[in-house]
Write a protein of this length. Structure first.
Length: 199
């Protein structure tokens, strides 16, 4: 992680060694001059006042970096409903298109974690997770199991649940007035789904 200080025009690097395994989630296919690549387990950053969160779609683990004290903390979890992280692909480079496509299908069926979302009203973080299974009939959409993880302000895991009402994870969700909003496509127009949590 690179941090740039505008006041001094200086930069520094903060290593995130526990996230090194995420580099193995890039699949590559090469055949002659043909090349295809597919990346999974993206790495993201979120700035909250003086704290920076570093997290990935491939793991429950989260780094917190305190900008004022220059301290880095790594948080790991052992949820009971979902795997703690996606399984690293056994092979990442392919010369067979069929094997490459099969590896992509397998990667897409892994656990996928959304962003940690701060709920100001409840004083907790909520984080969606989902596992998508291909449909036996390829003409039908894939089915997803959706889960919800709850964390306190210190990012300690305090609860988890399945969310059977959702067919997939919400798209680009955010909290507003104590409710969760997410983007939906309504006849090619931008719309919002609004969810209220009763707990």
């Amino acid at each position: 992680m690179a941090i740039w200080d505008n006041s001094s025009s200086q930069s520094r690097l903060v290593p995130l060694p526990e996230f090194g395994f995420l580099t193995k989630f890039t699949l590559e296919f090469r055949e002659g001059d043909n090349y295809s690549g597919a990346g999974f387990a993206s790495l993201n950053l979120k700035l909250e006042e003086n704290r920076l969160l570093a997290f990935s779609s491939g793991t429950t683990s989260i780094y917190t970096y305190d900008l004022s004290s220059d301290s880095l903390v790594f948080k790991t979890y052992t949820p009971s409903l979902v795997p703690a992280q996606a399984e690293v692909p056994a092979i990442s480079e392919f010369t067979s298109r069929q094997a490459f496509d099969e590896a992509i299908s397998l990667a897409r069926s892994q656990i996928f974690f959304g962003d940690p979302l701060w709920d100001e009203n409840r004083g907790i973080y909520l984080r969606f997770a989902s596992i998508t299974k291909p449909n036996a009939n390829p003409e039908l959409p894939a089915k997803s199991e959706v889960f919800l993880l709850a964390f306190d302000k210190g990012l300690n895991l305090i609860g988890e649940s399945t969310v059977e009402e959702l067919p997939s994870q919400p798209s680009w969700p955010f909290f507003k007035d104590g409710k969760l909003w997410s983007y939906v496509n309504v006849e090619d127009e931008l719309g919002f789904a609004v969810m209220d949590f009763k707990f």
